[in-house]
Write a protein that binds this ligand. Structure first.
Ligand code: CA
Length: 232
């Protein structure tokens, strides 16, 4: 998923960007509040990781401006100010969750997974649709119970589509999910990844809606208690 990271500390920002990328996200990193405000107007993110103490515009103000625009983007705030008041102010300003510095990268990624899950209306950690299951924690994908090996971009594309099964995403929206600033986008890369995914998952796993985009059909995966009639 595409994440906006807002952090003015170079060392911490660097570590966060690396950690988020390792978790499979496309990451845009800005170092002040005005940059965050501009990025939020220009791009479509899945979530924002927002430091509160920032130059040019405070993180709290970035958050308040976002919510005034009725933007419900999941926001996780980072704060060095280990006071209850700051956390309360952040949550009241519209943050969905917070972490107090110093924190563990594993915990940050787990909290982000939970935020993305709730934003996608999923109550369980596993995404399931059309005979597919995707585990955002382990990044494992299974098709009809069989593990499937996917490249990082194939996984990111499938994750975006499975976040809300039945909802079509256009090529432009998928590109938004897949690429951070500075990453080169080939002219037909989304089509190429879709082609690869269909080869691995079967043609019916991802449907093309002509003129609209791509969709993973909203069909529940076969329940595990379904009797298995196959005998070998
Ligand atoms: Ca700071």
């Amino acid at each position: 998923m595409r994440i906006l990271l807002v952090e003015d500390d170079a060392l911490l920002g660097d570590a966060l960007q690396a950690g988020l990328r390792q978790a499979g996200h496309a990451v845009d990193w800005v170092r002040d509040g005005v940059g965050a405000d501009t990025a939020l107007m220009a791009e479509d993110y899945a979530a924002m990781v927002l430091d509160l103490g920032l130059p040019r515009m405070d993180g709290l103000e970035v958050l308040q401006r976002l919510r005034r625009k009725k933007n419900s983007l999941p926001v996780l705030i980072l704060t060095a100010r280990d006071t209850v008041d700051d956390r309360i102010r952040g949550l009241d300003a519209g943050a969905d969750d917070y972490l107090v510095k110093p924190f563990d990268l594993g915990e940050l990624n787990a909290r982000l997974r939970a935020l993305l899950r709730r934003a996608g209306g999923q109550s369980t950690p596993l995404l399931a649709a059309a005979g597919l299951t995707l585990n955002p924690a382990t990044r494992q994908v299974e098709h009809q119970g069989k593990p499937i090996e996917l490249s990082a971009k194939e996984y990111a594309l499938l994750h975006a589509l499975m976040q809300q099964p039945g909802r079509a995403l256009s090529r432009a929206q998928l590109e938004q999910h897949l690429y951070a600033w500075g990453e080169e986008i080939g002219s037909n890369t989304v089509e190429v990844y879709i082609h690869h995914l269909r080869r691995k998952l079967g043609a019916e796993a991802i449907r093309t809606l002509r003129g609209i985009g791509y969709v993973v059909p909203n069909v529940r995966t076969i329940e595990s208690d379904t009797p298995d009639h196959e005998t070998n």
